[in-house]
Design a protein around this ligand. Structure first.
Ligand SMILES: [Zn+2]
Length: 232
């Protein structure tokens, strides 16, 4: 049975040691999510396949070396519950924990070796200020620790706060996203294979914009990994 979001939020307030996906009490040796929920995580397995739906999202848009998402993100499911805990309840341990699980799987895929640097998609400064952290950076930390690869937040930056998109044309919207990112000291990224990280893949526009900017540095390769994949 799936417990509603508000109820797990209330439960977490009084019983912090419960599974953040199902709300059951965690037993010793379990952290963040119970073993049963961990076993049931809807993994995509895309990291082992060069041609997958995540990679296809970027075909004809930007050159991505390898692309994958860890989990299927379905409305009302456990993954949404976990993302909610991370993004809106500040439960950063969820991002670290899932990031580690993801990183362990990425380590087994030849498509993702060798990676030199992990770079999270930067958050709007305004959102960063509101939330106090960047969820993609937290996920990156987990992935980086499992893969033994440094996480870099000093080169790819968000330049402007993108204005309201609703009245803009598709092209203007893209220009708006595209110009939102910039590179600091691009020469330091020269020749590197960068793994770009975001929390959930939807249209891929943000990742496309970030990848395009990273590819402006000389001789870089960019791969993409997101924790969740929201099927359209
Ligand atoms: Zn559970």
């Amino acid at each position: 049975m799936q417990i509603p979001l508000w109820l797990t939020d209330v439960l977490n307030l009084f019983f912090p040691n419960v599974c953040l996906a199902c709300g059951n009490a965690l037993v010793r040796q379990e952290e963040v999510i119970c073993l049963s929920c961990q076993f049931k995580l809807p993994k995509t397995g895309f990291h082992l396949h060069e041609e997958n739906i995540i990679a296809a999202t970027f075909w004809g848009r930007v050159e991505i070396s390898s692309a994958t998402s860890f989990l299927f993100f379905n409305k009302g499911g456990n993954v949404q519950q976990l993302m909610h805990a991370l993004k809106y309840k500040g439960r950063k341990e969820v991002g670290i924990y899932l990031g580690k699980l993801f990183g362990m799987e990425l380590s087994t895929s030849p498509l993702f070796q060798p990676i030199n640097l992990i770079i999270p998609v930067p958050l709007h400064p305004k959102k960063y200020h509101q939330r106090g952290f960047n969820q993609s950076q937290v996920i990156s930390k987990g992935i980086g620790s499992a893969m033994h690869i440094p996480v870099d937040t000093g080169h790819l930056v968000r330049l402007v706060h993108t204005s309201s998109q609703t009245r803009k044309s598709r092209y203007d919207r893209w220009e708006n996203v595209r110009s939102a990112f910039g590179l600091i000291n691009p020469e330091e990224l020269e020749g590197k294979h960068i793994l770009l990280i975001d929390d959930v893949l939807t249209t891929g526009a943000t990742l496309e914009a970030c990848a395009s900017v990273l590819l402006e540095a000389e001789n870089t390769k960019v791969s993409v990994a997101t924790l969740g994949y929201a099927q359209a």
